[in-house]
Write a protein that binds this ligand. Structure first.
Ligand SMILES: NC(=O)c1ccc[n+]([C@@H]2O[C@H](COP(=O)([O-])OP(=O)(O)OC[C@H]3O[C@@H](n4cnc5c(N)ncnc54)[C@H](OP(=O)(O)O)[C@@H]3O)[C@@H](O)[C@H]2O)c1
Length: 287
């Protein structure tokens, strides 16, 4: 972002609530460094106003928008086109305005896989356990299965996990995903032989930082633990995983890589990811 002038183009994020979002600092840092004439703002969109907000993208010529909780699924009927992946997982996190036609994309799975490979983890032929069956779990599950992993999804509401497993098996290959409960005996059986454990719940997030989504005694040194939570950066799950000899990373890189993927969809330019990550870290330490 340079000076805001009559030519400045607009990007943004729709969520509710949205004041806590790190996306504005992250994107504006990249825009500034590249000298691009865009500004990125956060819009608190009440669910009742979602359709009008989407219409405003066309009316105001907004170039692109990120979509976050609680709109990722509900926004789909208001868009003109949905990418294959976003349709399969039923979740949109990026809207691209192409001359008034709104395309819905999902960059969450891409961000997740990029963060995994940046940490040196390979998922092909591996066994993964995903805890959670919400919006992020759908993107993570689809990404894992299409990159050759077999997955057990463990969710508090077992039926929701079963529905998700069924949906992913239908669109990928049968038996790639099986569902289980969060009961310690079910989790033990799944985690014992697993290579990767991914937390796709908000358990452990600030302010409830003493909570862990999986009993500590199940963690072992053969696991790569990926916690999607990034506030705090070092969750109790990560600390316990390291204590058990496992490798563990938090959700910060995924946040940055999914943001970078949206940025490229809007501007056609690869953004400086290190600048984006530093902007997020600086903002988090200032709060
Ligand atoms: N790093 C990143 O870039 C990134 C991207 C997206 C999301 N995230 C983080 O990932 C987390 C999940 O986000 P989401 O969008 O998937 O949320 P969501 O759609 O609301 O799903 C939440 C999931 O967490 C489970 N859950 C919630 N509280 C629980 C508890 N006390 N015990 C056990 N399970 C619980 C829910 O289980 P039920 O089905 O039983 O309700 C559900 O499966 C959040 O912390 C979010 O900040 C990070």
């Amino acid at each position: 972002m340079k000076r805001i002038t009559g030519h400045t183009r607009l990007l943004g994020v729709f969520g509710h609530p949205i004041g806590h979002s790190l996306s504005p600092v992250m994107h504006n840092a990249a825009l500034r460094e590249l000298g691009l004439d865009y500004a990125y703002l956060a819009f608190d969109v009440d669910p009742a106003d979602l359709e009008s907000a989407v219409r405003a993208i066309r009316a105001l010529g907004i170039v692109g928008v990120n979509v976050t909780i609680p709109h990722k699924e509900n926004v789909i009927p208001f868009l003109d086109e949905i990418s294959h992946e976003a349709r399969l997982i039923g979740s949109v996190n990026t809207i691209i305005n192409r001359d008034g036609r709104l395309l819905g994309e999902s960059a969450d799975g891409r961000g997740f896989m990029q963060a995994l490979s940046a940490a040196g983890a390979d998922v092909r032929g591996k066994k993964a356990v995903v805890i959670g069956a919400g919006g992020s779990a759908r993107a993570v599950l689809y990404a894992l299965v299409t990159h050759g992993a077999s997955v057990v999804v463990a969710n508090r509401t077992v039926e929701r996990g079963e529905e998700l497993a069924k949906r992913i098996n239908e669109v990928t290959s049968p038996d790639s995903v099986r569902a289980t409960s969060l009961r310690p005996d079910s989790l033990r059986e799944a985690v014992e032989g697993a290579d990767l454990l991914v937390n796709c719940t908000s358990v452990g997030m600030w302010p409830d930082t003493d909570a862990v989504p999986c009993p500590e005694d199940l963690l072992h040194s053969g696991l790569f633990v990926y916690d999607l939570v990034y506030n705090p950066l070092r969750t109790k799950l990560i600390a316990e995983a390291e204590k058990a000899g496992a490798t563990a990373i938090c959700g910060l890189k995924m946040l940055v890589y999914q943001g970078a993927a949206s940025f490229k969809m809007w501007t056609g330019i690869d953004p400086p990811v290190e600048t984006m990550e530093n902007a997020v870290l600086e903002e988090m330490s200032a709060r």
